[in-house]
Design a protein around this ligand. Structure first.
Ligand SMILES: CCCCCCCC/C=C\CCCCCCCC(=O)SCCNC(=O)CCNC(=O)[C@H](O)C(C)(C)COP(=O)(O)OP(=O)(O)OC[C@H]1O[C@@H](n2cnc3c(N)ncnc32)[C@H](O)[C@@H]1OP(=O)(O)O
Length: 218
C-alpha cells in the first residue's frame, strides 16, 4: 500500500474504496469555490424578476475584481497549480478548487474499475431537465483517465466514442464508472458508463488513450 502522496495509488497497491480524486478540504479556497458553485446554481434557480439581480451583479463584479487584482502571471500560476505529482485540484470534473466541477469524487474498486456518484443540477442542463451531452462526455473522459491511473497507466485521450442511450436526468444520483479493458504498447482502451440509481445505462463510452502526457510546468 502506498503512503507517498506523490505516488498515485493503483489497484495493485491500494485497497478497495481508495478515493482517487482530490478530497475537498476545509480551506478558504475550497470553501470559496463551493460558494461560487452555489452562486452559479442559485443564479439559474432564482426568480430573475424579483431577486434584485442589479445588486447581485454589482457585488459579484466587485468580488471578481478583487480576485483578479491578486492573480499572478498565468505562467507562475500554472507552475503553482501543477506542483507535485499528485491529482489535480483544479480540473473541471473533480477539482474542488474549480467552481465548474460538480465536483465528482471517484473511488477505485478491487475489480480494477473506478466509480463515483454525482447529482447534477441546472448548470449542467442540456435537454429540458436532463444532462448536457458535452458534460456527460467531460465527466466520462476524466473518469476514464482516472481509471487508467488506477490500472497503473496514463495517457492522452485520442478518441472518445460516446453513445447516448437515453436522456440522463438532472436532480438524481448518477453512478459514473470506468475501467481499462485492454492495452497494446502505447494504446490503452478504456470504457465507462453513466447509470441511474436503478442501473439504467444513459451514456456509455469507449475510448482510446495514447501513453503520452503534456509535461507539468516547472
Ligand atoms: C488532469 C491530469 C491530472 C494528472 C494527475 C496524475 C494522476 C492521475 C489521475 C487522474 C488522471 C486525470 C485524467 C485526465 C483525463 C483527461 C484526458 C484528456 O482530456 S487529454 C486532452 C485531450 N486529448 C488531447 O489533447 C490529445 C491530443 N492528441 C495528441 O496529443 C496526439 O495526437 C496523441 C498523443 C494522442 C498521439 O500522438 P503521438 O505522436 O504521441 O502518437 P502517434 O504516433 O500519432 O500514434 C501512436 C499510435 O496511436 C494511434 N492513434 C493516435 N491517435 C489516434 C486516434 N485519434 N485514433 C486512432 N488511433 C490513433 C496511431 O495510429 C499510432 O498507432 P500505430 O502505433 O501506428 O499502430
Amino acid at each position: 500500500m502506498t503512503s507517498d502522496p506523490n505516488i498515485h495509488p493503483t489497484v495493485d497497491n491500494a485497497p478497495d474504496g481508495t478515493v482517487l480524486t482530490s478530497a475537498p478540504q476545509d480551506t478558504a479556497i475550497d470553501r470559496a469555490a463551493a460558494a461560487a458553485r452555489r452562486v452559479v446554481d442559485a443564479l439559474l434557480r432564482t426568480d430573475p424578476v424579483n431577486a434584485n439581480l442589479e445588486r447581485v451583479a454589482e457585488e459579484l463584479d466587485s468580488i471578481a475584481a478583487h480576485l483578479e487584482e491578486h492573480a499572478p502571471e498565468v505562467e507562475d500560476r500554472l507552475i503553482d497549480m501543477w506542483h507535485g505529482e499528485g491529482v489535480t485540484r483544479h480540473d473541471p470534473a473533480t477539482g474542488p478548487e474549480n467552481a465548474l466541477a460538480p465536483p465528482l469524487v471517484l473511488a477505485g474498486r478491487a475489480d480494477g474499475s473506478v466509480e463515483g456518484v454525482v447529482q447534477l443540477t441546472f448548470p449542467y442542463q442540456g435537454p429540458p431537465g436532463h444532462v448536457h451531452g458535452g458534460v456527460a462526455a467531460l465527466l466520462l473522459d476524466h473518469t476514464l483517465g482516472v481509471a487508467n491511473a488506477w490500472a497503473g497507466r496514463s495517457g492522452a485521450t485520442a478518441q472518445l466514442n460516446v453513445r447516448y442511450h437515453r436522456p440522463t436526468p438532472l436532480f438524481e444520483p448518477l453512478t459514473i464508472c470506468g475501467r481499462l479493458v485492454s492495452q497494446e504498447g502505447r494504446k490503452i482502451n478504456t470504457i465507462g458508463e453513466i447509470k441511474t440509481a436503478d442501473g439504467t445505462v444513459c451514456v456509455s463510452v469507449e475510448a482510446l488513450f495514447i501513453d503520452k502526457t503534456v509535461p507539468r510546468p516547472r
